[in-house]
Design a protein around this ligand. Sequence first.
Ligand code: GLA
Length: 695
Amino acid sequence: MPMFTTATGWVLETARSGYALGFNQAGLLTHRYWGPRLPHPDDYPSPPNPPGWASFNNPAQLTPEEFPGVEDLKFTEPCLKLSFADGVRNVVLRFDAAAVSEGETPELQLTMRDTVYPLLATLHYRVHTAYDLIERWVTLTNEGDTPITLERVFSAQWHLPPGDDYRLTHVTGRWLDEMHLRHERLDLGCKVLESRRLTTSHHHNPWFALDRGQANEDEGEVWFGALAWSGNWKIAAEVTDFNSTRVSIGLNDWDFAWQLKPGESFSTPACVAGYSRAGFGGASRLLHDYVRNVVLPHGQQPHKVLYNSWEATTFDVNTSGQIALAEVAAAMGVELFVLDDGWFHGRNNDTAALGDWWPDAVKFPDGLTPLIARVNALGMEFGLWVEPEMVNANSDLYRAHPDWVLHYPTRPRTEARNQLILNLARPDVQDHLIEKLDRLLRENNIAFIKWDMNRNVSEAGWPAAPGEQRELWVRYVEGVYRVWGTLRQRHPRVVWQSCSGGGGRADLGILRFADQIWVSDNTEPNARLGIQEGFSYIFPANTMEAWVTDMGADYLPLSFRFHVSMCGALGVGGHLLRWSESQRAEAAHWIARYKAIRPLVQQGDLYRLRSPQTHAFSAVQYMAKDKSAGVLFAFRTHLPLPSQLPPLCPRGLDPEARYEIEGVEGVRSGAGWMYGGISVELGDFDSTMRMVRRV
Ligand code: GLA
């Protein structure tokens, strides 16, 4: 049963996990349990009623509250921080009502009220049974007649089983260098990960995994979670002096304020969190399935092999040049041709034109139609790059609306890549973009849009704000979602890619609109192996756009470069006109092979066999859900001699069934392969792809 009430509260059960909460004797909404699903309802512990610790810590300080406000002698991270109109800044929430809705994704709604002020907080818990995930978010409603200033509203606080010796895993990086995995012991105090950049950022990602220091890819308890938000976010992982560990996650409270006016409600983004006993691999596969089946607009649709001409032609685009590339791409088996930057009015370099979203009359005198018609005649769909949130000072749009950008009137407007940020918190800016992009989609046969965002925030001012300027951080992202969501609704078949100078906007919020993510501007295949591995901790391979470009062409075989990109949604981005006939033929071979394994890679279960971030010899494997077939990729970068490669142990096979593995003699049971392993001989900068088949 996914959800039931016990004498002391509620139990939420997924296929393999249990989560319990309830009100304790002091009336605090208390965490009770999060771990493996237990056999009986009364196996779940009752809400704790801890004693205090002298006059310096009242019981509240030791109580693992689900959604703590500010009250009593309690000094751990609250989820809610606000000011009432009379200056009172304590918020004391107590139980009001509970409602349970059944269905495929059952939901528990707990309504709590402040004991004095007319503030209602509704805590939502939605159970995604098959994925062992619980989704939480919070809605606050002002039922009074004076405004309330919200200063922090997290989506959730997640409590780990008692203990102060957890290890935090997260990803970190920077432009061109995203997704490094970090594992660090959480010590007393608070470890904060965040973005203050207006967007998700290359530097950290709103995802966490915690274990007791012993979990590995295949085994061990892992608690993990991710926030569905594409703006400023915060994770505070806190270890207290009282042997407890918790993770708070939600909107960043840095420079945040929100006027909750009488009668209004405010909802946080959702956070999902889960529990797995199958190590980090198990945790990733749960998230992958959830993203594919629940979050993505076209999660089951195979993603086409695309060609993107950016690295070939940069801004130097025109109809005939793009057609020349498209003809080669089509002959290689490419299914989607994407025209990147440089196509719109006055765009010859990165100093001008952002904002003027119509075809450049010099480069495309008859618009995009002749190019699109040729691309379609070649059997491919057509895709286009846009960067809607940005504007160059040298553009018609900026000349007409200099007040539309984020700015402080008294300060210079800091440019980055020569561009400024349109204030998407403004409904008029949103409407303008909807109108312009909708027209582009209506007037052209466009199947794919790459939505880019190439800078972070500077002067976060909104002089004409109707109220509190600091609402900008949330209203901007909601504006992006509104523009994108409206266009998605009007053009439901279009597939979108989220790009922000590579992987600057990869999160579960944007994936409700975009099916694919441009993981990094770094397409050097050795670097890419590590970036792709970090990415795979959170996101499924069908979202991971991976192009074969000319990076690494001098020292890496084309097969290696293709194998790396075949681990995701394959694309090509090299200068095809400079590729030899034999390179094109080899590319055609790999593209055909990719199409054959595409269902395994894009929809299968992913197993990381050896980490490229820590080994020069790495491997990754994808298995069909029914375990009938799989594909394994192994890579060797540089290993100094003498070297001996350890056997690779495939994963995810049916132990009893019989399989063969390409390139290895004989048929063995799944158990035989998984425990006996296979030997793979590879020289430096060499790779192999092996099919796994049940016989
Ligand atoms: C960003 C993207 C690139 C490309 C350029 C175009 O850097 O990440 O893929 O689209 O912009 O200007």
